[in-house]
Design a protein around this ligand. Sequence first.
Ligand code: HEM
Ligand SMILES: *[C@@H]1O[C@H](CO)[C@@H](O)[C@H](O)[C@H]1NC(C)=O
Ligand SMILES: *[C@@H]1O[C@H](CO)[C@@H](O)[C@H](O)[C@H]1NC(C)=O
Ligand SMILES: *[C@@H]1O[C@H](CO)[C@@H](O)[C@H](O)[C@H]1NC(C)=O
Ligand SMILES: *[C@@H]1O[C@H](CO)[C@@H](O)[C@H](O)[C@H]1NC(C)=O
Ligand SMILES: *[C@@H]1O[C@H](CO)[C@@H](O)[C@H](O)[C@H]1NC(C)=O
Ligand SMILES: *[C@@H]1O[C@H](CO)[C@@H](O)[C@H](O)[C@H]1NC(C)=O
Ligand SMILES: *[C@@H]1O[C@H](CO)[C@@H](O)[C@H](O)[C@H]1NC(C)=O
Ligand SMILES: *[C@@H]1O[C@H](CO)[C@@H](O)[C@H](O)[C@H]1NC(C)=O
Ligand SMILES: *[C@@H]1O[C@H](CO)[C@@H](O)[C@H](O)[C@H]1NC(C)=O
Length: 518
Amino acid sequence: MKTALVLAGIAVANAYQWPSPLIDQVEGLLYEGRGEGDPNNSLIDFAGKLAQCQSGSLGESGAAEWIRFAYHDMATHNIEDGTGGLDNSLLLELDRAENVGVGMKHALADLSHFPNKYLSFSDVTAVGVAIASAQCQGPIVPIRAGRRDAIVAGPPGVPEPQQTLAEHTESFRLQGFTPEEMIALTACGHSVGGVRSNDFPAMVPPAPGTTADNFILFDTTTALDNTVVLQYLNSTTKNALVVDKNVTLISDFRIFNSDGNVTMNQLADPETFDQTCSRLFAQMINTVPAGVTLTDVIEPILTKVDGVQLSIGYDTLLLSASLRFLNSSDQRTVKILWNDKAGGCASGSCFNWSQNQRDVTTTLASRLGLSVNKYDFVAPINATTSISKFWFEINENDGSPVTVLDNEGSGYVITQDRVLYVPHSSTATSTVVAVRNDVAPSRVFMDVYTRGRSAIVNQTVDLAPSTDIESRVGYAFYSLTQSFTGVEFTFDLHSIVNGTTYTEDMRDTYFATNSPDF
Ligand code: HEM
Ligand SMILES: *[C@@H]1O[C@H](CO)[C@@H](O)[C@H](O)[C@H]1NC(C)=O
Ligand SMILES: *[C@@H]1O[C@H](CO)[C@@H](O)[C@H](O)[C@H]1NC(C)=O
Ligand SMILES: *[C@@H]1O[C@H](CO)[C@@H](O)[C@H](O)[C@H]1NC(C)=O
Ligand SMILES: *[C@@H]1O[C@H](CO)[C@@H](O)[C@H](O)[C@H]1NC(C)=O
Ligand SMILES: *[C@@H]1O[C@H](CO)[C@@H](O)[C@H](O)[C@H]1NC(C)=O
Ligand SMILES: *[C@@H]1O[C@H](CO)[C@@H](O)[C@H](O)[C@H]1NC(C)=O
Ligand SMILES: *[C@@H]1O[C@H](CO)[C@@H](O)[C@H](O)[C@H]1NC(C)=O
Ligand SMILES: *[C@@H]1O[C@H](CO)[C@@H](O)[C@H](O)[C@H]1NC(C)=O
Ligand SMILES: *[C@@H]1O[C@H](CO)[C@@H](O)[C@H](O)[C@H]1NC(C)=O
């Protein structure tokens, strides 16, 4: 998929072509996040509000919960038979004592919004580690995609505090880590978050004078930095897994001390800590069952198209699309151009300008020096001549030549106009679809996808001719009133015409507006 080229010191994806559903999704979550369309903008704000470093009054951290969730999912990997790894089996193992904690339930609830038919839960968990680290000023964690979700639980084996050093060393060996890497990875993980009284009452007493949950942070900062190491080395640490009075439970002390503090002394250097945690977090999330092949590292894409929706306006078709840049500019102008179905421009006017520009950058993108921003288009298209593909012209208005963005030569292809989602007539409980009415389709239906207990499940439902939307611009309307609320629902639309099935791939009702934008 790529050879990296360097723009202002940043490796970016090269030779990328739209659409590449998996890459598009993972890259989007990393560098744009998701959730900007949500009125409350918190439940699904993947790269922002969800993974904050300090989100609770006791110092609890969504970011820490995501990192622990990823580790526990991976920790049952067995290098000898290739089973286990980051494969989402944790969802089927949360009732085990080794996976105790409300933090697990928080992480599960947070991450559950994002998997879909292209993006596995375990890929979301992996991306979550990179987001969590970036949000907490930790290292950049490179992300590969392509994990597959397990549909059955695996054997137990997540390390627990009361186990011996020998048991932990053997467990980490089976996970694929050396004794030194065991020390470092544990220090990296335990640089954020802490231990809860509800989960480990023997180690952490309830909040003073109450029975309420209490929380002891591993160190005095919420950042993913080496304070946990420094405070261990100078004996000021409050890490319960180092200082608990019951020496059976001080597994961090046994681990940190296991090579005579050599590794911990190395990690006292902040740069060594960052590089080591970046490498070991990457190894942790790239530990997958044998037979799973991951993509190359997903770099930021220089210019990226998304939100493409051909739909029906008042008396034309409407093409919505966004073009995203990794650099912002006040003077840039962006033009969209297209060909009609015949491959030319019979109407004489096949271009438009962007309607607005907006910033969509994430903490991770900012950390990489990127300022991610989007230009939105809503272009009227003659419904008779229609559209076959579109492309862009960029003018930086700085004396440099106008550049053409045409998806590496092929243009951005609109594969069909026979079945189209109509988001501005739809709501979360009513889906409206337009079909060309020159030939009546024999069937209009949708495959609806959502997350089941541990996998994406689908159902097929038929749409009926709409009783309240009149045909216009050569299209008849079909609708379905049924509640598919929630961001985790997506659907594919199909119409069958003359025995051929036409498809509009992966739409969602979540951002449907029911407000005409024409
Ligand atoms: C022998 C190895 C390990 C043991 C025995 C262990 C044990 C624990 C325990 C007892 C807690 C408190 C959980 C709670 O109160 O709910 C905890 C928290 C945590 N662990 Fe580990 N852990 C180990 C290794 C790791 C590793 C390798 C990572 C990740 C790289 C990690 C990441 C975390 C994180 C981020 C938290 C904080 C969670 C939160 O604040 O909600 N742990 N660990
Ligand atoms: C926004 O959040 C509040 C508080 O959680 C909730 O009561 C309200 O229904 C939410 N609004 C929407 C439009 O989701
Ligand atoms: C121990 O290390 C921490 C973190 O660097 C530092 O803030 C603290 O002042 C040190 N305490 C002593 C007693 O050296
Ligand atoms: C220390 O913890 C271990 C493991 O939970 C437990 O079996 C033992 O009874 C505890 N010892 C004391 C003195 O509380
Ligand atoms: C390692 O450092 C800790 C914390 O300072 C100390 O308690 C322990 O004795 C040291 N271990 C060795 C082998 O020096
Ligand atoms: C933004 O990046 C593009 C490369 O994608 C480059 O051609 C353009 O000159 C840059 N514009 C500014 C204003 O930096
Ligand atoms: C561009 O689109 C706007 C609506 O988004 C429309 O009013 C305008 O006529 C279009 N311009 C051209 C040149 O088609
Ligand atoms: C659309 O294109 C057709 C064929 O070129 C033309 O006859 C018609 O007038 C156009 N419609 C509009 C609204 O421009
Ligand atoms: C829908 O789910 C069934 C299993 O329940 C599966 O066989 C089928 O491939 C899925 N369909 C699609 C389009 O993913
Ligand atoms: C469907 O078949 C009819 C009759 O053969 C033909 O006129 C029409 O063009 C076909 N439509 C499509 C969309 O293939």
